[in-house]
Each structure stands twice: as C-alpha cells, then as structure tokens.
Design a protein around this ligand. Sequence first.
Ligand SMILES: Cc1cc2nc3c(=O)[nH]c(=O)nc-3n(C[C@H](O)[C@H](O)[C@H](O)COP(=O)(O)OP(=O)(O)OC[C@H]3O[C@@H](n4cnc5c(N)ncnc54)[C@H](O)[C@@H]3O)c2cc1C
Length: 345
Amino acid sequence: MVVVEVVVVTDQLNDSYDVVVVGGGAAGLNGALMLTRSRRSVVVIDGGKPRNAPASGVHGLLARDGMPPAELLERGRAEVRGYGGHVVSGEVETVARADTGFTVTLADGRTVRARRLLVATGLVDELPDVPGLRERWGRDVVHCPYCHGWEVRDQAIGVLASGPMAVHQALLFRQLSADVTFFSHTTPPLDDEQAEQLAARGINVVHGEVASLEVAEDRIVGVRLGDGKVVNLQVVTVATRMVARAGFLAALGLLPAEHPSGFGEHIPTDATGRTDVPGVWFAGNVTDLLAQVGSAAAAGAAAGAQINADLVTEDTRWAVAAHPFSAASEARVAELVMGSRRHGL
Ligand SMILES: Cc1cc2nc3c(=O)[nH]c(=O)nc-3n(C[C@H](O)[C@H](O)[C@H](O)COP(=O)(O)OP(=O)(O)OC[C@H]3O[C@@H](n4cnc5c(N)ncnc54)[C@H](O)[C@@H]3O)c2cc1C
C-alpha cells in the first residue's frame, strides 16, 4: 500500500507554541526544522524579505549552488511544514515578557505566546548615498566575491570605496578580473602601502567623488564622477554598513551593539546564539554579520538544538515537581533526613 502524506499549507497561528521563530530565512527555517523534528510545537513568523532576495542564485552552497533564493526558502518551508511546523507571513512588531515565556505581537494585531524565542531576522544593508546603487543592488552592484564573483569574472569592475576594507575588497575582486578600478570616492587618501599594493596588482585608482551610475538597457555602463567625467565599466562593488533587524526587541533590553569588525551593528550572543536574556536565542546575520547562507543555516540548526535541550531540562524539572513520591524517592528523602537513624523503610 502506498501512503501519501499531504501537507496542507495554511497561515494557521495557534495561541501558543513551544518556540516562536521570528524570521524565516535560512537561519530561522533550519532552527525550526531541528525543533519540529524534536516534536516541538513551532511557528515561524516571516516578513518575506530575505537579504539576498535581489540575487538570481545562492552561490557557494554545497549541493544547492545557484538555486534561486526564493526556491531554497520554499523548500525549507515545506520541510518545516512536513514535520507539523507552522509558517506564517507577518511582521513581528513587539515582544514582551509574559508569566512563563513571551507574548509576541504582530503588526496586524495578532498575538501568540511562546516558551522560547529564536530570532533570525537578518540585517539591512545600508548603501552609500549614490544615485543608482540601490536600484541595481544584487544584480550588477555587488558586495561579495564569494556570492557573485564568479558571475562577474573578467568584466570591468569598479570598486566604490566606502570604508576601511575597500582596498582589501579591490584585491579580492582582482582575483576574479584583470580589469579593476578603485574609486576613492569620499574615503581618506590611500597610504603609501595601499597605493603600492593596488599599483602592483594593476588596479587603476580614480580620485574624486562618484556622482551616479550610468545605466543603459538595464545594465551598468559606467560611473559618473562629480566633475562630469564618465569611466566605462560593467560592475560596481561596494561594502555596505550592515545593521541587525532587531528594533522590536528593545522592550526585552536587547539592543544592537557595534560589531567588533566595524562593519555594522549586531546582537551579541555566545557561541550557541544564547543572549543574556533567558529564553531568547539568535541565529544568522542578526548576530553574525558575515554569515553566508550555509553558516546562517548551520547556526539556526545549532540554536534549535540548544533550545530543545533547554526545554527538555524545563520539562523534566516540571515533571519531577509534579511526580508523586515513589518508594525510591521516599528512601532517598529518608536517607537525607534521617541518615543512620532511619528504620523500617
Ligand atoms: C545581494 C546579496 C547576495 C547574496 N548572495 C549570497 C550567495 O550567493 N551565497 C551565500 O551564501 N550568501 C549570499 N548572501 C548572504 C545571504 O543573504 C545571507 O547569508 C542570508 O540571507 C542570511 O540568512 P538569515 O536567515 O540570517 O537572514 P535573511 O535571509 O535575511 O532572513 C531574515 C528573514 O527575517 C524576516 N524578518 C525580519 N524582521 C522581521 C520581523 N520583525 N518579523 C518577521 N520577520 C522578520 C525577513 O523578512 C527575512 O525573511 C547574499 C547577500 C546579498 C545582500
């Protein structure tokens, strides 16, 4: 006999769950997968704006290289639902401490209670204020040699300097193309060592502020400088300031802090994603600004396992407290209380 399991996709939101996962990207969904497979009741509440949404494919991810981001997440949602998890579209607006956990309120007014929280809300990439950059972000304005580098290999690449790692970024992209131009834009002048490195690798340096991107037929064709001069190229790379999406947690005292790298703001956690606030874990870009899809997913899975272990400890404590005395526990208590004076047990 063939057994066909039908998974009904709904936006069902119960009153309470063992775990509410806020954010349904790679980190949140993998956390939910671990928890549902541990027979935990779980809902993933997701705003539907994963960081890599503008990209055509997820690269550098073993066995899924090049898969469109939306398809990867759709598969993840189906896997979570396959184990009985709920996945709900919505934006979490506030989280408040409640008697035995948390009350989570969505922007549409719905509320849900949770024993534990896994926050995997990712980050926002803040781009330099240059007209045209935002519109082309994730297509021919890129940031990461490991995400898009192979795709832009051998093209004319402009590095728009926006921070202290700009020279390093130029050297990384030089590994992928011999045609790299460094635009100093508004950053401080290069020191002698940096200038020598760029010259030695054949990277042109253009001084002066970049005014805008030149676009024709839905492709970048150049960069226009403040003085009107246009430098022809096909791709622009830029480093963003990365800011954790965690404003809705302020009531719990969880505020973003400057990341030690200087790349932006994150929520600091220990290695397992645990915070100083009991019952709240973080995974993915919201805490680890440099996480790729694979490492975000791995962090979500690890946090999911930690949360399950924490709940097992609590369930066991409650079970022991509710358990009527057995002969063995009577004997243990008698031993503790009476010692050698006990008899008849
Ligand atoms: C243009 C671009 C291309 C990239 N390409 C690659 C690549 O090729 N390979 C690779 O490995 N990495 C790539 N990355 C990095 C990748 O995007 C991240 O590693 C990954 O998205 C991190 O996953 P995450 O689950 O932490 O966050 P996200 O994927 O950003 O998911 C967070 C989710 O939480 C939701 N959310 C946020 N706030 C709330 C809220 N208050 N309530 C409910 N939901 C909320 C968001 O809507 C979103 O769906 C790329 C990044 C960019 C910017």
